[in-house]
Ligand binder design. Structure first.
Ligand SMILES: Cc1cc2nc3c(=O)[nH]c(=O)nc-3n(C[C@H](O)[C@H](O)[C@H](O)COP(=O)(O)OP(=O)(O)OC[C@H]3O[C@@H](n4cnc5c(N)ncnc54)[C@H](O)[C@@H]3O)c2cc1C
Length: 487
């Protein structure tokens, strides 16, 4: 089906069959999870309708780095993500080799080099992600699957052993009856702050714009069907990006602007205080800044602001700038001067010949320099004495001592590219209700499926692919058994 065809066509065509559902499987959302679920279900003989709200399938994966990874092993996963669901993690970790094999079989280039570590806990391979999107779409069409673009799944209900899915397209709403529904709409827009539930609390500033495709429809539909939820409501993945950003900033420049090297910087809030162990990694610092600012706002700290995005400054020396800030952060990204890219994009910054001069100049970036001076002194003392802590915040053996002139500062804000809270599933990606029972005929994958991610991130593309594949297979089997045939 082409983009011009709407949901009306599907319903009109299918209602001619009257007796059974209009289609075996409806997939809500055509990102990595939904495309994979749809292609898998179709290749196992199911009739499939993929409803994609956007103009084309692919979702966030179009903007991604294409690093196909998850936790290296279950032990590492448990150690770093104790609040995650180990049963789901085991399914994803065990599915990696098979997934890579399938991607290879589709003719998609995969780097021979295994990247390890990824984000401290994982391992994986760089893949040609755009080729994978195109191949999955082609595979779906080859097996007779239909893709309807501009079609938003707005809800669903269980009725007489099947799922009635509501799809809004071209200003009207249609009902499509299916044996199975796969929720893959890419997470929800309001997972921060923690208390926000589905109230559409805005993620401030750039963070909201970085959350590329999520509207929360999958989670909303899941709840309507009686689903339980899983994963920390406030959990997000993203990276620190410069602040302020030029108006012409687009999601396509997100990877270029990510300040991956912040683990080698000293990060201060606008009060001049450190708020996290920087060496845990940029994605952890990104979330820590969101949490920290929210905590400050909740406690009535007027300086935390209410409408501006959370802000911090990264301080680093020229050695970090020449090495970590310019090297290839992940395979395939290529070397890039990320500080220069941030400055070009409008990021407030400053360079000074010594550390006192840098700290003094921070006033121009809105930082309380009195507190910042003390914080930096204590941080450097902690490194020299190896005490491991300064002002209650860890200073690890890897912490960077700020030694080589000139010294740099960059104003940054957090971003959100994926949320961690979704509907609860089992390892077969069947959606579960509050009693732990499968909601009949309903599956979820990718960011819509909560459980794998805890406060830390265990990869997006590979879990979406493996979860989507599992959900698609299960959905096709369910449809086949509902029809009394074997596929
Ligand atoms: C810049 C960037 C870099 C990244 N790099 C990596 C990386 O290198 N490695 C990695 O593992 N992960 C990476 N990720 C994360 C990864 O891309 C995502 O985790 C993954 O693509 C999520 O897939 P998804 O299918 O769950 O959701 P999405 O990709 O968000 O897809 C959801 C789709 O559903 C559609 N949709 C939304 N609502 C509805 C609705 N109601 N009805 C129908 N359709 C709907 C959307 O338009 C979208 O196409 C990156 C993400 C970003 C943004």
């Amino acid at each position: 089906m082409t983009a011009e065809e709407g949901a009306d066509t599907v319903v009109a065509h299918q209602t001619a069959h009257q007796a059974g559902p209009d289609v075996d499987v409806v997939v809500a959302g055509g990102g990595m999870a939904g495309l994979t679920a749809a292609a898998t279900a179709a290749s196992h003989g199911a009739t499939v309708l993929l409803a994609e709200a956007g103009e084309k399938p692919g979702g966030a994966a179009w903007w991604s780095n294409g690093l196909f990874w998850t936790a290296r092993d279950l032990q590492t996963y448990r150690r770093h993500i104790p609040d995650g669901n180990p049963v789901i993690a085991e399914r994803i970790i065990a599915g990696m080799d098979d997934a890579l094999e399938q991607i290879r079989a589709l003719g998609v280039p995969i780097s021979a080099h295994r990247t390890d570590p990824v984000m401290a806990i994982g391992a994986g391979h760089a893949i040609d992600i755009r080729a994978l999107i195109q191949e999955q779409e082609a595979r779906l069409r080859r097996h007779g699957g239909r893709i309807v673009t501009g079609a938003r799944v707005t809800g669903a209900a269980l009725r007489e052993g099947a799922v009635d899915v509501r799809i809004s397209s071209g200003g009207s709403e249609q009902r499509v009856r299916s044996w199975a529904l796969v929720l893959a709409t890419g997470g929800h827009p309001s997972s921060w702050p923690a208390s926000s539930d589905l109230a559409d609390q805005p993620v401030p500033g750039v963070a909201r714009r970085c959350l590329l495709h999520s509207r929360g429809d999958g989670l909303r539909a899941g709840r309507e069907l009686g689903a339980d939820t899983a994963g920390p409501p406030e959990g997000v993945y993203g990276h620190l990006v410069p602040a302020p950003l030029a108006e012409d900033w687009t999601p396509a420049s997100f990877v270029r602007l990510s300040q991956y090297y912040s683990d080698a910087a000293v990060a201060l809030d606008l009060r001049g205080r450190r708020f996290a162990d920087e060496t845990l990694g940029d994605e952890v610092l990104n979330q820590a800044l969101l949490d920290h600012t929210e905590t400050a706002r909740a406690s009535g700290d007027a300086d935390a602001g209410t409408t501006t995005p959370p802000l911090a400054v990264l301080l680093f020396d020229d050695r970090v700038r020449r090495s970590r800030a310019t090297e290839e952060s992940y395979p395939g990204l290529g070397p890039l001067d990320r500080f220069a890219a941030a400055v070009d994009a409008g990021g407030a910054n400053l360079t000074a010949e010594d550390v006192p001069g840098l700290v003094y100049g921070l006033a121009a970036l809105g930082v309380d320099t009195g507190t910042a001076r003390t914080t930096v002194e204590r941080y450097r003392e902690a490194i020299a004495s190896r005490s491991g802590i300064a002002d209650g915040v860890p200073v690890t053996a890897e912490a960077d001592p700020l030694t080589e002139a000139p010294f740099h500062a960059l104003l940054v804000q957090p971003s959100v590219t994926m949320t961690f809270h979704g509907v609860r599933t089992d390892e077969r990606f069947r959606v579960l209700d509050r009693g732990g029972r499968p909601v009949p005929g309903v599956f979820a994958a990718g960011a819509d499926a909560g459980g794998l991610q805890g406060r830390r991130y265990a990869g997006g593309l590979a879990p979406s692919f493996i979860g989507g594949r599992t959900a698609g297979l299960e959905a096709a089997r369910l449809a086949a058994s509902a029809q009394g045939t074997r596929r």
